[in-house]
Design a protein around this ligand. Structure first.
Ligand code: 0RA
Length: 638
């Protein structure tokens, strides 16, 4: 970051250099790291600024382009970043915004300004972490431009033309600095689409157009109904019990909006946003909404005589089954728990949100008695199911305590008792289970075969799932207990490895197992104990040499390397059962040669959506999902 020779050092230049240098030295403090996630944050940070313009009512179109060289353009039709000379520094406001930390919202004053930026550092941090960056501003009939390299201005703010009448806006193009974001990093279309969709939902009326020029995929989001559309979208494969309940209100500069709808599903899908940011750890807005829902439903059920004197109140859990809800708040001074954990802390938000939700939901119930009855019925059923589940679970736990000496009969245990080294292979099907038992290293590898069909726990409630024989065997084998009683200390195997066929059924079973672990043994995933085995797709024999291909690309590469088409014997494995014990060991179980995918919950919300879609009642979306994803084993990053 060396200034050009003709530039003189004055106090403010030195200040700027210090700021930008700080960002480059400790990117973690500003964008959360230097990995793929942080890379996406760069885009979000820039788009957040355009969203701010939309929230201020000054912009209704945002365009995001990923260019083939992975530079990114974000363009909006907002007011345009001011370019006039800033009195304190003597430089253009644009330059100050682009080069000074925290300068994002300090210009133009007046009006109600919501700052979306997750880390609040603004676009200058993105500039500092970019190999180069160019900003073009259309304002007052003219077009201005400035270029920066690693955050430092390399041109003055230049007037480069005239803007068509009345057109204003800001266009930022930046290329991340590969000396900071190291490795072969690529923006992920699906991750970005998800985020832009959310942004469009919570910023009603704004059009977000996203184009990936690397692949020519593009998508446009515009939701006239805002978060009401969001709820309908989330429930697209569920059966709703009533129309969406929705309300919005502004009080003391705090804007609150919520939308909710119950469906016949058993899961909860609730999302909370603060200044358009998905606050995945929730916070006061979420607590306010949840407590208001429970209180309002209890009040109504008592008054309507649907809860009798002898009945206990609904618990929070009882009112969450089948609930899809969004709460979105816009706050001029949001407080977050920390830089990376996304949780809203402002205490006043809880009271305000609770008021808005109680009032609107209370009125809805009064005015729609049949919808009200359906909702209360749902709560009553889930309260009963919960009692039944608790009993079933206690039974499983008590029994598994009793049976702790008698591990499930089908388990082929290992001899080592040291969880640091032991592994449990959960294998689909008896025949693959047999091969795995013979092929394994019995010193540290245990095998539990599961019968595929029995695991079909779709739409099953907790009590049903827990009374399933296969699941019981799994729980006993792991030794940890489940749900609230889960205790990782008792885990009998350091690695729990799901090994299923690379076909549609295998993918289905894997998802069902992941569902089970996700819902009842979450710490197992969080603490990195859960893995997916990667069996090969092909066996390629040539002369007396055998090689295995784990992906289609592998296969092509190997075939090309051999080149000698006539003498190649290519076998496609349709299932694990086609491999003999020795082959299964070499390709999939031998720690020296195998590949394991660690299951992580990077985006728990997305995982939940996928799970509940797969568990949902309507068949078409589920089939579609399984068909499209069945072959993407390697990309399964839930
Ligand atoms: C400062 C003041 C004003 C707008 C902006 C910044 C602004 C920043 C960005 C970043 C991306 N797009 C943007 N659009 C606007 C208010 C200017 C006024 O009052 O005219």
């Amino acid at each position: 970051m060396t200034p050009t020779p003709e530039q003189t050092y004055n106090a403010s230049t030195i200040q700027v250099l210090k700021g930008l240098e700080a960002v480059r030295r400790r990117p973690g403090m500003y964008v959360g790291g230097t990995d793929i996630k942080a890379l996406h944050h760069l885009i979000y940070e820039v788009v957040d600024n355009s969203i701010d313009e939309a929230l201020a009512g000054a912009c209704d179109r945002i365009e995001i382009l990923i260019h083939p060289d992975q530079s990114v353009t974000v363009a909006d039709n907002g007011r345009g970043i001011p370019v006039d000379i800033h009195p304190e520094t003597g430089s253009s406001a644009l330059e100050v915004v682009m080069t000074t930390l925290h300068a994002g919202g300090k210009f133009g004053g007046g009006g109600y300004k919501v700052s979306g930026g997750l880390h609040g550092v603004g676009v200058s941090a993105v500039n500092a972490l970019s190999e180069w960056c160019e900003v073009e501003v259309k304002r007052a009939g003219r077009v201005y431009r400035q270029r920066y390299e690693r955050g430092f201005p390399v041109t003055p703010v230049e007037e480069i033309g005239t803007a068509p009448h009345g057109e204003t806006g800001t266009r930022t193009t930046f290329k991340f600095d590969p000396t900071i974001f190291k490795g072969n990093l690529h923006y992920r279309f699906d991750t970005l689409v998800q985020r832009f969709r959310e942004m469009a939902f919570v910023t009603r009326g704004v059009t977000i157009h996203f184009k990936d020029e690397r692949t020519d995929r593009e998508m446009t989001f515009y939701f006239e109904g805002g978060i009401q559309s969001f709820v309908r979208y989330l429930n697209r494969s569920r059966q709703p019990l009533h129309p969406v309940v929705h309300a919005e209100k502004a009080a003391d500069d705090i804007y609150i909006e919520f939308a909710l709808q119950y469906t016949d599903a058993f899961t909860e899908s609730v999302y909370a946003f603060a200044n358009t940011i998905n606050t995945i750890d929730g916070g006061t807005h979420l607590t306010g909404m949840r407590s208001a829902i429970t209180r309002t439903l209890n009040d109504y059920a008592r008054k309507a005589g649907l809860l009798k004197d002898a009945d206990p109140n609904f618990t929070g859990d009882d009112t969450r089954e089948g609930l899809t809800a969004i709460v979105s708040v816009k706050h001029p001074a949001p407080q977050f728990e920390s830089q990376t954990k996304v949780k809203l802390m402002n205490p006043e938000v809880q009271t305000y949100t609770a008021q808005v939700v109680s009032e609107a939901l209370g009125t809805f119930l009064e005015e729609n008695p049949s919808a009200a009855r359906a909702i209360i019925q749902k709560c009553l059923t889930s309260a009963r199911a919960r009692t039944a589940a608790r009993k079933a679970r206690d039974l499983v736990i008590r029994k598994s305590a009793l049976e702790s000496l008698t591990l499930p009969g089908k388990l082929a245990d290992c001899s080592s008792r040291d969880p640091q080294h032991t592994e449990l292979y959960i294998v689909e099907g008896e025949s693959a289970g047999g091969s795995a038992k013979q092929g394994r290293d019995r010193h540290f590898q245990a095998v539990l075969p599961l019968r595929g069909k029995i695991l079909n726990t779709e739409r099953a409630r907790l009590d049903k799932i827990l009374s399933n024989k296969e699941i019981k065997a799994l729980i006993s084998a792991l030794g940890t207990g489940i749900g609230e009683d889960f205790n990782i200390q008792n885990l009998r195997y350091g690695r729990v490895i799901i090994m299923t066929d690379a076909d549609v059924d295998g993918s289905h079973i894997r998802t069902l197992l992941l569902t089970f672990f996700f819902r009842y043994m979450l710490p197992l995933i969080e603490e990195g104990h859960l893995f997916i085995a990667q069996p090969p797709l092909y066996r390629i024999a040539h002369k007396n040499k055998v090689r295995y291909a784990y992906t289609e690309a592998d296969r092509e590469r190997i075939l090309q390397e051999i080149g000698d088409g006539a003498k190649i014997h290519l076998q496609r494995y349709k299932g694990l059962g086609e491999m003999n014990p020795q082959q299964l060991w070499e390709t999939t179980m031998d720690p020296q040669t195998r590949t394991l995918l660690k299951v992580s919950i990077d985006d728990a919300a997305e995982a939940d959506r996928v799970f509940s879609m797969l568990m949902g009642s309507e068949v078409p979306p589920r089939r579609r999902f399984i068909q499209t994803h069945a072959r993407e084993v390697r990309n399964l990053d839930i």
